[in-house]
Design a protein around this ligand. Structure first.
Ligand code: FAD
Length: 408
């Protein structure tokens, strides 16, 4: 029986495995194939990476990062980068190997309690036991129960990496959000807002992605593709060669699953996606060492497996983070009520707040009190149309505000 069995080898699973190994725990990872490359483009704000070795795994970086919203261009003055996924995966695997992390091949099917821990049964037959099992199998967890109801909002995006002539982004720059509408797109749910997320990659290469921050139901890839094409045509840009197409779809407010005995979650499976941005990787890299330290400390103290799982789950989701999540979900409910113009005005007001405010809001670093403070400040400076939506949301979604106060 291992101390910890992590199920899944995406960024969350592997960084937690490496951190648990470094904390001196006996760790194993169960995954269909730990060598499979991570296919998504993972973006991160550079100042959110404290660890120089992880900073060194970044690929392209941009110091000139802009938001186009509310009829103006706002220079964010904050550096942004993409991970070089191979480099990040290599670095985390190196750390895991250094700390004797064991890899098992297989696909988790179910979990049973076993004397002093839990036993994971695989589709292939073999079973693996650990005192604490961590489900890190992504947005649709294999073991944790996380039912997604009809009110769940989805982030969806359709993007292209390739040779792009006359990129709709200045040389060397990144556009984090361009909320000007993509006019001329055919069909689709015209009123559902989307924005352009785009980066110049140098040497004639670029990345352009039409993104729906959140919508319920999700915006279809066909609509996103049409809007992207219309937007590029409008800007006089042409894709000469496509290297990679990214299709992105995941829930933004799927909630926190319940811990189940010795089973906890980490990463997307644990609902750690930031409901205001959809980001997760930076937060997982930061939170993993804390969770690992807690597990090592409680095992050292000789507590039961279930108590250890409970303490680790508290480290993944401390009470104040739960309060913050309720506030973010309130914010998301407001965004879902906004049309393209209102959302554009909202983000113009948001990114004009003092940068310490919006930086913290988009990270997992602040407290529920600072998030609430930022929201109140935004309400004060927001234009009337945005204020009305926020007030209507407060009237309709008061249980979320209550949850933020109670922290349940
Ligand atoms: C296209 C796209 C772009 C994104 N861009 C960003 C971004 O820029 N920045 C950011 O921070 N976030 C981004 N996200 C959101 C989020 O960070 C990713 O979804 C991230 O991959 C989640 O990491 P994870 O390790 O929790 O899960 P995943 O990456 O989904 O990994 C899950 C792992 O579990 C394994 N697995 C699945 N089922 C089983 C099973 N039954 N048994 C064993 N193993 C199993 C899989 O093989 C995989 O290894 C993006 C998401 C998408 C889809």
């Amino acid at each position: 029986m291992h101390d910890v069995l992590i199920v899944g080898s995406g960024p969350a699973g592997v960084c937690l495995a490496a951190a648990c190994g470094a904390a001196g725990l006996d760790v194993a990872v169960l995954t269909p194939d730990e060598t499979l490359p991570w296919g998504n483009t993972y973006g991160v704000w550079l100042d959110e990476l404290d660890d120089p070795a992880l900073l060194a795994t970044l690929g392209p970086r941009w110091d000139d990062v802009r938001v186009i919203a509310g009829g103006t261009t706002i220079a964010l003055g904050r550096s942004y980068g993409w991970f070089d996924n191979d480099a990040l995966q290599r670095e985390l695997h190196r750390r895991a190997a250094e700390n004797q992390v064991i890899w098992y091949r297989g696909s988790a099917a179910s979990i049973d309690s076993a004397g002093g821990g839990a036993r994971v049964v695989t589709h292939e037959g073999p079973t693996f036991a650990a005192r604490v099992v961590v489900d890190a199998t992504g947005h649709q967890p294999a073991l944790l129960r996380r039912p997604l109801g009809p009110r769940v909002a989805w982030q969806a995006a359709y993007g292209v990496v390739g040779q792009i002539r006359d990129m709709p982004v200045p040389a060397g720059a990144a556009v984090f959000m361009d909320y000007r509408p993509a006019t001329g797109a055919r069909g689709g749910r015209e009123r559902t807002p989307t924005f352009l997320y785009a980066m110049d990659l140098g040497a004639g290469r670029g990345f352009v992605e039409e993104t729906s921050l959140a919508a319920a139901p999700a915006v279809g890839f066909d609509v996103l593709q049409q809007r992207l094409e219309a937007r590029l045509a409008q800007a006089g840009a042409t894709i000469d060669a496509t290297e990679h197409i990214e299709r992105c779809l995941f829930p933004m407010n799927g909630g926190i699953p319940e811990r189940d005995g010795c089973l906890i979650g980490f990463g997307a499976a644990a609902g750690m996606v930031h409901p205001a941005s959809g980001f997760l990787v930076g937060a997982a890299l930061r939170r993993a060492p804390r969770v690992a330290r807690v597990l090592a400390a409680v095992f050292e103290a000789g507590v039961s497996a279930e108590q250890a799982a409970s303490a680790a789950w508290q480290a993944v989701w401390p009470p104040d983070q739960r309060r913050r999540l309720a506030l973010y979900e309130f914010g998301l409910a407001a965004l879902l009520r906004m049309n393209q113009a209102t959302l554009s005005a909202f983000f113009a007001a948001f990114f004009r707040l003092p940068s310490t405010r919006w930086r913290e809001f988009l990270s997992d670093r602040g407290t529920a009190a600072t998030v609430a403070g930022t929201m109140l400040r935004l309400f004060v400076v927001a234009p009337l149309g945005v204020k009305l939506v926020l007030m209507l949301t407060a009237f309709r979604e008061w249980p979320l505000l209550l949850r933020a106060l109670r922290g349940t």
